[in-house]
Design a protein around this ligand. Sequence first.
Ligand SMILES: [Fe+2]
Length: 230
Amino acid sequence: MNIFDTDFHCHILPGIDDGAANVDESIKLINMQLSQGVRNIVATPHFRKHQMSINTFLERRNQAYKTLISAGAFKKVSRVLLAAEIALERNLCELDGIERLGNSKMNTLLLELPYDGYRKWMCEEIEEIAYTTKMQIIIAHLDRYTDIYTQEDYNDIFSIPDVIFQFNTSAFTRRKDKKLLKTAIKDDYPLVFGTDCHNPQSRRPDFDVMLKNLKHYEQNYFVNKLFEPQ
Ligand SMILES: [Fe+2]
């Protein structure tokens, strides 16, 4: 597994969040990912603390996963890992069993920052979650806040120690997002990519866009930064 063949963030599991609505849609998304060069998939349905309990979420996630296995959806996928995209909120670190939402094989936890503006507590909360769970934190789609967060806000986020930054593969298609991504590359931050695909129409996978654009960068540079889960 490496950043060139792994979709670290996507909503392909059916009927669990606002991603794939049913098995057919899941299969379409997976086939699109495969045709674009994805070999490993990390399925990351949304988890919001006030929406459902961790137990209910995990039961529904496993059920959705099993349905896809029965349908043969993953036949050509090398590896499927289950995780969650956890909405960050105050005192989230106190949520009992939060580490169960991460991926135990990679020892990672994917956190989604709020969209209503940057606030100082966010970085403290992330550090607290890393400390209590002993997991590697991945911050989801850092490029999705370029219209909301200032450069100073981003500097704060970049200063959180030992965090991996996930960029959406679409970041290459918007000038503002690409600029942020280039900064992250230049400043040597650990990066992974995800399509964050939700459906085959308006939020389809575009992993190929990332692969095409990365050709313009020094690939050895990225190879040194591969995030290789065991
Ligand atoms: Fe997402």
